[in-house]
Design a protein around this ligand. Structure first.
Ligand SMILES: Cc1cc2nc3c(=O)[nH]c(=O)nc-3n(C[C@H](O)[C@H](O)[C@H](O)COP(=O)(O)OP(=O)(O)OC[C@H]3O[C@@H](n4cnc5c(N)ncnc54)[C@H](O)[C@@H]3O)c2cc1C
Length: 406
């Protein structure tokens, strides 16, 4: 274990949290508040800000949301957690060391751990199809959203934007653009239906909504290539656009795979129900960058609605270990899928615990209000957890439902 020790002489458990997003901050805050005297916690993040990724479509479309998308990590993370700037380039699980590079000081460094929380999130699927890396924009991180905004600013009044994707990110971006930049010609191209996880009622509202009405929709159209002129579809058609945005899928960092850890085909760290890596129990996962392969958690999607509970649960597993109790199993029931349709309209789809859509939807201004509340809540819970560990709770499936999901 570590060289440092607690006042009673027990060794301090050195915990490294990789990533300062929803799951990493939740994990660090819960751990610091619950067993702060028995652990030394270091959070490693490429910079000193927390980015509200769920607002990046606003950052790309508008000019008035820049400050809303940046928060100092120091203000959200528990004061006992040490912050260290760096991008981890390799984990050495045998030596229990991470190797990192500080891009601000431009120097490499290494740090040892006893327990590691892998909370590196997700990014753009840049290599999704040929040409996407070179020609498509994205909104999966702050730099990408700003790049897109600069490109949109350069477009002429008759400029055209083609968004690839039909899920929440693509819908939120296209409707935000429709309101903020009404002169643009907008197209949405998706391999299936737009809003595939919505109910009929939800999808019907979306199609009729004011912001969505002017968007040219190409459903059941798979993009095979992105070019300088637009996209080429799988059936050989060219759809021209001045700007293409890839909003169809997220990819995860290759760090776990590069470090020889157990990953799935997408490169996500494979963890069990306690959030421990299946081949290295000293490493725990949380958020978009990991996957639980047990059937009872097969309904989970990449979302901050998943990342925050998983961060709290990874912390609970470490707490259980330190206090000599069995580690609990992760369970999560979804409640809603919430999305904005421009600043004044929204769609909140009530879901069953297994994330399938029920028939209930909240729409219009009330939907927008609920969605905004939901977005604020996602950040606010991190601050609450900083003040009082254990303050954050999430919905769990009822026992019978959990068995059925499993
Ligand atoms: C436009 C948009 C809208 C969205 N809307 C919603 C929504 O409405 N509801 C919802 O639930 N979800 C939404 N999501 C998804 C949600 O943002 C993610 O699921 C969530 O951010 C995942 O949290 P995380 O903690 O796993 O990762 P993140 O929040 O991405 O944090 C990961 C952190 O790890 C850091 N990191 C990465 N690699 C390294 C490394 N090698 N070393 C050190 N640090 C590293 C990153 O810099 C980042 O700080 C949206 C996403 C986008 C892009």
């Amino acid at each position: 274990m570590s060289a440092a020790s607690t006042a009673r002489g027990a060794p301090l458990v050195r915990v490294l949290v990789l990533g300062g997003g929803y799951s990493g901050i939740m994990a660090a805050n819960r751990l610091a508040g619950k067993v702060g005297k028995r652990v030394s916690i270091t959070m490693i993040s490429p910079n000193d800000s927390f980015v509200e990724r769920i607002r990046l479509h606003e950052v790309a479309a508008r000019h008035d949301t820049e400050t809303a998308s940046r928060w100092a990590l120091r203000d959200l993370v528990h004061h006992d957690v040490r912050l260290r700037t760096g991008t981890v380039t390799r984990i050495d699980p045998d030596a229990r060391v991470v190797h990192a590079h500080d891009s601000i000081a431009n120097e490499p460094w290494s740090e040892s751990y006893d327990r590691l929380v892998y909370a590196v999130g997700s990014g753009t699927a840049v290599t999704a199809v040929p040409g996407s890396e070179s020609y498509a924009h994205s909104i999966t991180n702050l730099a990408a959203a700003r790049d897109l905004r600069a490109r949109l600013d350069d477009l002429s009044d008759s400029g055209s934007v083609l968004i690839v994707g039909g899920g929440t990110t693509a819908i939120e971006l296209s409707t935000e653009l429709a309101v903020a930049r009404p002169h643009l010609r907008l197209r949405l191209v998706t391999s299936g239906l737009v809003g595939p996880t919505l109910s009929e009622r939800g999808r019907d509202y979306l199609r009729r909504s004011r912001a969505f009405a002017g968007i040219e929709l190409h459903e059941n159209t798979r993009v095979a290539e992105v070019t300088q002129e637009g996209v080429v579809t799988q059936d050989g058609r060219t759809i021209q656009a001045d700007c293409v945005v890839w909003a169809a899928s997220f990819a995860v960092p290759s760090l776990a795979r590069d470090s020889g850890l157990d990953v799935d085909r997408a490169g996500r760290l494979v963890v069990d129900d306690t959030m421990r890596s299946t081949i290295d129990p000293e490493i725990l996962g949380a958020g978009d960058g990991c996957v639980i392969t047990s059937p009872s958690n097969s309904h989970l999607r990449m979302a901050c609605a998943t990342a925050a509970p998983q961060g709290a649960h990874a912390a609970a597993t470490i707490v259980a270990e330190i206090t000599g109790r069995p580690a609990p199993s992760f369970r999560l029931a979804y409640l809603v899928i919430a999305m904005s349709l421009g600043p004044d309209d929204g769609l909140v789809q009530r879901t069953r615990p297994d994330d399938t859509a029920s028939d209930a939807v909240i729409t219009g201004r009330l939907g927008a209000w609920f969605n905004e509340l939901n977005n604020r809540y996602a950040r606010q819970i991190l601050a609450w957890e900083r003040q009082r560990a254990g303050a954050y709770h999430w919905a769990k499936p009822p026992k019978r439902q959990a068995e059925r999901v499993g």
